[in-house]
Design a binder for this molecule. Structure first.
Ligand SMILES: Nc1nc2c(ncn2[C@@H]2O[C@H](COP(=O)(O)OP(=O)(O)O)[C@@H](O)[C@H]2O)c(=O)[nH]1
Ligand SMILES: Nc1ncnc2c1ncn2[C@@H]1O[C@H](COP(=O)(O)OP(=O)(O)O)[C@@H](O)[C@H]1O
Length: 394
């Protein structure tokens, strides 16, 4: 189906020159996505422009997610009809694969929120990573106590998602360890810019989980523990993050009140507010569509034992399960093509040496913007032995 080259493409050429250095263009769903050098020389990140073929207009999209830093050379190819795979040459394996989401569920939702064209970056990561664990429950029920016990006994298995909050630090709380204590205006701005997986107003303060807080833990191969309220749990449930959801219940309301007061970290007014909110939280916590497990924290040791069972820790071994990753390096001279659900990356080398071909399976990607795209399954094809493949070394 031959299409006549429209005139506006020529007019648009001026716009292309806005980007410095290497740039690529890909058509997805009637739009051309131009990905290029650094935006303004300050951010030093790869930038995006969109050309709408139906209107002949250039669109400046709202760009969400952590952006890839610019590089000398990259290539790009559409995969799965809703995202573009970007390969940064000569980059470390954990900085080589990026996805520009252009029509995923997340992007569609954000288009409604922003009322603009939206694209979202997501870093590609090999392996699926362990499922994060969301722990919710009313204030004073013992969430922090249980999480501390897990972290102490299994330091290489678990990592804590450090939330941001606008509440004032308690006496023994450390910035960056228990929370990032933040100004409300700064946090609200970061939420608008899509840096948070979820956020909620709890007991009169703003709390939120940044995408980086969770991803940093998961990237290190540890299992991420999130201590968040019921509203936050609901948001995470609706997000692309696959997690296990556990609700901690008090044995009685009186006991909850006793623990809150005994902790002695809140004023009487704050205690009253927490107790008022606890009633609704406990009701919502019992909703079966939200939590996978409900634990009653009566006897602490018994509750901790049950928690360990849910998390498969009966043998008490502190084991790290780093995601397996191939040591991949995409060279400057590479070509990329797709077939079915496979991407072939052909990397050229010095003359006389055998090129390397990697095969990337994109059929079972997990997650995605606003977090990482996990589950990249990459392996090298050995050209000296892979007779079946029909690929001839050049
Ligand atoms: N939605 C959400 N809730 C959070 C986050 N961090 C903490 N919370 C919740 O905020 C509530 C108050 O936490 P905090 O001020 O530490 O008081 P505590 O629960 O009495 O120890 C608790 O229900 C936490 O689970 C977050 O990042 N997001
Ligand atoms: N099973 C339990 N029995 C008695 N006291 C408990 C139990 N679990 C926790 N506590 C105590 O209750 C208080 C509140 O626990 P904490 O972990 O701070 O709750 P949360 O993080 O849910 O607000 C703390 O002083 C803690 O030592």
């Amino acid at each position: 189906m031959g299409e006549e080259a429209p005139e506006y493409l020529l007019e648009g050429l001026d716009e292309f020159s806005v980007f410095q250095g290497n740039q690529t263009s890909n058509i997805v769903g009637g739009k051309i996505y131009v990905v290029g050098g650094s935006e303004d020389g300050v951010n030093n990140s790869i930038s995006v422009k969109v050309f709408d073929r139906s209107t002949g207009e250039w669109l400046v999209p709202t760009v969400l997610g952590v952006r890839p830093t610019s590089c000398k050379l990259h290539s790009a190819i559409p995969v799965n009809e809703d995202r573009i795979l970007l390969l940064k040459s000569n980059s470390a394996p954990d900085d080589c694969f990026w996805f520009l989401e252009v029509d995923t569920r997340f992007v569609k939702e954000q288009k409604k929120v922003f009322g603009t064209e939206v694209v979202a970056w997501s870093k590609g990561v090999q392996g699926a990573g362990p499922k994060p664990v969301v722990i919710s429950g009313p204030s004073g029920v013992g969430k922090g106590t249980l999480i501390s016990k897990l972290m102490r006994q299994f330091p290489s298995t678990f990592g804590f998602s450090v939330s941001h909050t606008t509440r004032a630090p308690r006496e023994k709380e450390v910035h960056g360890v228990h929370y990032y204590f933040t100004e409300r205006s700064k946090m609200e701005n970061d939420i608008r810019e899509g840096k948070f997986l979820e956020s909620a107003s709890v007991h009169g303060n703003l709390y939120g989980t940044s995408i980086e807080a969770v991803e940093a833990v998961t990237d290190s191969g540890k299992r991420c523990l999130l201590d968040i309220d019921v509203q936050g749990a609901r948001s995470v449930r609706a997000s692309s993050l696959e997690a296990i959801f556990i609700f901690i219940c008090p044995p009685s309301f009186e006991e909850l009140e006793k623990r809150l007061r005994a902790r002695g970290t809140e004023t009487e007014e704050q205690v009253q507010k927490r107790l008022r909110n606890a009633k609704a939280e406990i009701d919502q916590g019992k909703s079966p569509d939200l939590f996978d497990h409900i634990l009653v924290n009566d006897d602490l040791e018994k509750c901790y034992e049950d928690l360990q069972k849910i998390l498969g820790l009966e043998d008490n071994a502190d084991a790290v399960s780093y995601p397996t990753s191939e040591d991949i390096r995409v060279t400057d001279f590479h070509a990329v093509s797709t077939r079915d659900q496979k991407v072939l990356i052909h990397c050229g080398t010095e003359q006389g040496m055998t090129p390397t071909i990697y095969e990337l399976d994109v059929s079972s990607l997990k997650g995605g913007a606003p977090g990482r795209t996990r589950g990249l399954n990459i392996h090298g094809i050995d050209l000296s032995t892979d007779v079946q493949s029909g690929i001839n070394p050049v």
